[in-house]
Design a protein around this ligand. Structure first.
Ligand code: PEP
Ligand code: MG
Length: 424
């Protein structure tokens, strides 16, 4: 940066690029992408969640991929950030050339290549109207989501990135029902220190106090981004080393996260949730580790809230089937339907080829949700849902009938869902 020669100064970027690519190769992550223009749409065979996190800073306007599925983490991330992402654009994909103007219709899933001026005008108007509608929705009065029979449902926000804090704050939300903590550090090269984690968790907790903020411990593995833990290649990563399985094996790393979370708990309404738990023994271990962490904080004279609620994601059929036993151990459940559907129906959530088999409305899924709600009620703990099914208006009334008390959804869906609940 300090070189006097302009030419040499500019070569710095080449070196940075080579560094990134080398690191990418060593860590087996994808090749880095260099974006120098503004207002771009990224087109790629596949879009990984880490691509979205990395490309956010360039203000990318949209994504198109040949493969992928609407239930993938990439799609979830793009949705929550209000960025159109067209996956399975198989026919058009081959026709797109670099530098071409594209129009993406996120509602219909269409990609228009080299649109004529009339079409650009129509879509520009549509985008403007939509932005105005979103702005107007921020200004509407706050409402309590209550059905006509008098059941009140909390509608909370899912959050994947610190950028979303301000988007969420503008909504009529009842708390944050899921912070996917693994995404908060997606652009870090090293495992985040306790201080780094503490400062970030604190931003959520303080910003939304007194509303609850449920932070889920790291759910690395499978298709989640991760630049600092190295895994052996697995034949079945979705059934492999992920979520709480990693945390319980990497105990010191888990303790670092728990210390940061419990310290943040002293400053607001924080709740802690654990992903991919499939046995009571795992919960016993988690609680034992929590005890050790609290003891350490005590010794260090650091504040924490000893009444911090802990909860479990119910996202495997196994967890749903033993939800009676798990309910005795924790303060709440949150049903993760994205994984629950994938594991129950044996349908990879990222595989477009079998997307028609990924059925939220399947009888097996209904039974598992019903069972989980029944067991939660019996144990007098609350039950939330934070998978994408919570946004499905066709299923809303059934979920409430089953006993789901909280729905955690993309921030931009909160208003619509609250209004729908009031109509039920
Ligand atoms: C889920 O599985 O439904 C869930 C909310 O977790 P994630 O999408 O992060 O796997
Ligand atoms: Mg999950």
């Amino acid at each position: 940066d300090k070189a006097e020669d302009e030419y040499l100064r500019q070569r710095k970027d080449d070196i940075v690029d080579v560094k990134e690519r080398l690191l990418g190769a060593i860590k087996k992550t994808q090749e880095s992408i260099n974006i120098t223009e503004e207002r771009v749409i990224v087109v790629s065979e596949r879009i990984y969640p880490s691509d979205i996190m990395r490309l956010l800073k360039y203000g990318v306007l949209g994504f198109v991929s040949k493969y992928g599925s609407v239930y993938s983490h990439s799609a979830i991330l793009a949705r929550s950030l209000n960025i159109p992402y067209i996956c399975q654009a198989e026919t058009n994909y081959e026709l797109i050339r670099e530098g071409e103007i594209l129009v993406l219709d996120g509602k219909s899933g269409e990609v228009f290549i080299d649109p004529d001026p009339k079409m650009i005008e129509i879509f520009t108007e549509l985008v403007k109207n939509q932005e105005e509608q979103i702005e107007a929705s921020y200004k509407t009065e706050k409402i309590v989501a209550c059905t006509k029979k008098g059941k009140t449902i909390k509608v909370m926000a899912n959050c994947n990135h610190i950028y979303e804090i301000d988007i969420i704050a503008k909504q009529d939300f009842d708390g944050v029902g899921l912070v996917r903590s693994e995404y908060l550090f997606a652009d870090h090269d090293a495992y985040p220190s306790e201080e780094e984690q503490y400062e970030l968790y604190l931003r959520f907790v303080e910003k939304f106090d007194p509303l609850p903020v449920v932070i889920r411990t790291f759910d690395f593995g499978a298709d989640k981004p991760n630049r600092f833990l190295s895994f052996d290649n697995e034949d079945n990563p979705a059934l492999g080393y992920r979520g709480i399985r990693i945390s319980l094996r990497e105990k010191e790393l888990f303790k670092t996260q728990l210390r940061a979370l419990y310290r943040a708990s002293a400053r607001g309404n924080l709740q802690i949730m654990f992903p991919m738990v499939t046995s009571v023994e795992q919960v016993t271990l988690i609680k034992k580790i929590i005890e050790e962490v609290l003891q350490e904080l005590e010794t260090l004279g650091k504040d924490y809230d000893e009444d911090t609620e802990i909860g479990l994601m119910i996202e495997t059929p196994g967890a749903a089937l033993i939800s009676d036993l798990l309910a005795d151990e924790v303060d709440f459940f949150s049903i993760g339907t994205n994984d629950l559907i994938q594991y129950t129906l044996a349908v990879d959530r990222t595989n477009a080829n079998i997307a028609d088999l990924y059925e939220a409305d399947h009888k097996a899924i209904k039974r598992l949700i019903k069972m989980t709600c029944k067991n939660a009620k019996k144990a007098k703990i609350r039950v939330a849902m934070c998978g994408e099914m919570a946004e499905d208006h066709a299923l809303l009334s059934r979920l409430i009938d089953y006993g789901v008390q909280e729905l955690s959804v993309s921030p931009n869906k909160i208003n619509r869902i609250k209004r729908q609940i009031c109509e039920l």
